[in-house]
Design a protein around this ligand. Structure first.
Ligand code: UDX
Length: 458
């Protein structure tokens, strides 16, 4: 099929390149001439593992091209995907869909034969109806169908998420649109990807409900981690113990400094607002947002406590700045809240991140950026791990302990085995295990005697 993607951002590029990979003929449109110029010579405006190669392969095979000229690209298309941003409105947290509306208007004027207009951007329930009304008002004669097809792409693994999805969700209001969407995704459904076909409003809500549920799961385990610290339990084992229950599932049960990123915080806020507007407040979602916000403060207090009650005048080495590994994205990263508070409390911060420092530097002007984990840690009073990059998991902890002034590692992601950290000569403070976790028996040891240990001490 001939597909046009409007918006050469994260979602548009991944969607376009992946649809080209599955055999479709794809044109990506963006009004940013510099961005399109760069893409034409293989320069990616964002960092996503495997994207550059996929773009170069599919463009080389003649199935993917780039343009700033929307009208001809829309006129030729069987399906036009709207992939523009929907950031939160600063005033009230509602998703700002003015970009979606504007693109709908532009598409309307260019439509020729029957065309699917597909919203891929995350949009509030009812946006599909609005898009349809905008197009219908401008072009009462046009033959088109508006479809909701939300994305579920995780940064860092977005290409795999697209090409081998857990499910594809399609919201349609008429049968021919459903049939065309099924044909469009046939290369993926043939390989086993389940296709959920529903109405448009349901599809729009599925996206928000999925993200909020995952964020609830993370928030839940973070609170359980707090309890673990008090009762001498180990949250890593709790996660495993509950995650093996197939009704719960093991994913998104890693305790940490709270969720961040471009989607969860924004989408939860938007869902909350929609729910409030309809008089059906989602109290669990509201609570999770509040708990997640408060979590950053808890992390600051944990760091200060581990550092002996004060960080004033102390040098802290921070490992990892991005909201998660394998991305350079700093949006709603925990580091953006935690580090300024530590600086306010008197700490001097030297940070290192494998990919995020260029984006982080202007956001964290008082943080010195180091060239490696070791150089950040040299002479430091403590190291604080905020993002669980693989590069950090491979660090030689004895060597790390050797270069630090005080060998203290505060691990906000439970990346290391407490026993290994202790053997390396580090005082190791982690999440949901209590500060004395290093003395506990290794994983796999029959754990009956574990929990009472700390209780017995207190
Ligand atoms: C998310 C959704 O997963 C994806 O489906 C959606 O379309 C976009 O938003 P992404 O923001 O890329 O993807 O990151 P994700 O891997 O979901 O992580 C989000 C946040 O939760 C990160 O800050 C991460 O560190 C945190 N997280 C995740 C945890 O703290 N614990 C976990 O177990 C999982």
């Amino acid at each position: 099929m001939r597909i046009t993607i409007v918006g050469a951002g994260y979602v548009g590029l991944v969607t376009g390149a992946c649809l080209a990979e599955t055999g479709h003929e794809v044109v990506i449109v963006d009004r940013d001439a510099e961005r399109i110029g760069g893409l034409k010579i293989g320069r990616m405006p964002i960092y996503e593992a495997g994207l550059e190669r996929l773009v170069s392969n599919t463009a080389g095979a003649g199935r993917l091209s780039f343009t700033t000229d929307l009208a001809p690209a829309v006129a030729d298309a069987d399906a036009v995907f709207i992939c523009v941003g929907t950031p939160p409105r600063p005033a009230d947290g509602h998703a700002d869909i003015s970009g979606v509306h504007a693109v709908a208007g532009e598409i309307a004027t260019a439509l020729c034969a029957f065309t699917l207009v597909v919203t891929k951007s995350t949009v509030p329930v009812g946006t599909g109806d609005e898009v349809e009304a905008i197009i219908r008002a401008r072009r009462p004669d046009a033959d088109f169908a508006v479809v909701s097809n939300p994305e579920f792409l995780r940064e860092g693994v977005a290409i795999a998420d697209f090409l081998a999805p857990d499910r594809i969700v399609v919201g349609v209001e008429e049968e021919r649109a459903g049939a065309l969407m099924a044909a469009l995704y046939a290369p993926l459904t043939a390989k086993g990807a389940p296709l959920v076909v529903t109405n448009r409003r349901t599809a729009e809500l599925i996206k928000y409900a999925a993200n909020s549920f995952l964020a609830l799961k993370i928030t839940y385990i973070n609170e359980i981690a707090n309890l673990c610290e008090e009762v001498g339990a180990d949250v890593v084992d709790v996660s495993r113990g509950i995650g093996l229950d197939s009704r719960i599932g093991a994913k998104f049960l890693k305790a940490g400094p709270g969720f961040g990123g471009s989607c969860f915080p924004k989408d939860m806020l938007a869902l909350m607002k929609t729910a409030q507007d309809h008089g059906v407040p989602l109290r669990s979602v509201e609570t999770a947002v509040a708990v997640n916000d408060a979590r950053k403060g808890e992390m600051v207090r944990k760091i200060v406590r581990a550092a002996g009650g004060s960080v004033a005048g102390k040098t802290l080495a921070v490992l990892g700045l991005t909201f998660k590994p394998d991305t350079d994205d700093m949006r709603s990263a925990a580091s953006l809240v935690i580090l300024p508070r530590l600086i306010k409390a008197g700490a001097v911060i030297r940070a290192y991140d494998p990919a995020g420092m260029a984006n982080a530097a202007p956001l964290l002007p008082d943080v010195a950026m180091a060239t490696s984990a070791f150089s950040a840690c040299e002479g430091a009073d403590a190291a604080v791990l905020i993002t669980e990059w693989d590069e950090f998991a491979r660090l030689d902890l004895s060597q790390l302990a050797g270069v630090m002034k005080t060998p203290l590692l505060i691990d906000l992601r439970n990346l290391f085995d407490p026993a290994i950290a202790a053997r390396a000569g580090l005082r190791y403070v982690s999440i949901g295990r209590g500060d004395d976790a290093a003395g506990l028996p290794p994983a796999g040891f029959e754990t009956a005697a574990r929990s009472p240990r700390r209780l017995a001490l207190s």
